[in-house]
Design a protein around this ligand. Structure first.
Ligand code: DUR
Ligand code: ZN
Length: 128
């Protein structure tokens, strides 16, 4: 997975931050979807790699809880965390015991459960 994520970094469109991120989601049926961060001159229009990967799976017809695991690589020697917008999206799409793996560009990784990264999530129950 680390090698795939490193190769995927080449697709990152990050001319403003020069901070490249790649992500791969693995579905319960084994299918994989890729994402990279895609920036914009209107900075707020930027989207993170994690959400591109997750939304790509949804656009292909997958549903919430079809997701098994998400891998993320930041092009940094230190392991970097996903932002809280991505965590919010993960918490809606993944069951709470599923795992997120964050890699540095040296191949080091840490693994967390979604429920530990999103301890008090805003969810559909809040809208009832
Ligand atoms: O969870 C995150 C946080 C940031 N980025 C990207 C967005 C932007 O292009 C760059 C700097 O914030 O990193 C991600 O891809 N995922
Ligand atoms: Zn994010």
């Amino acid at each position: 997975m680390f090698e795939k994520l490193m190769a995927l970094l080449e697709n990152s469109y990050s001319p403003y931050s020069h901070f490249r991120v790649s992500s791969i989601v693995v579905m319960k049926d084994g299918k994989e979807f890729s994402g990279v961060n895609i920036e914009n001159a209107s900075y707020g229009a930027t989207i993170c790699a994690e959400r591109v990967a997750i939304f790509s799976a949804i656009a292909s017809g997958y549903k919430p809880y079809d997701f098994e695991k998400i891998y993320v690589l930041c092009d940094s020697q230190q392991i970097q965390p996903s932002c809280f917008v991505c965590r919010q999206v993960m918490s809606e799409m993944f069951e709470k015991d599923k795992e997120v793996v964050w890699f540095s560009n040296t191949g080091e990784s840490v693994t967390y459960r979604i429920c530990d990264l999103c301890p008090y999530p805003f969810g559909s129950q809040c809208l009832e």
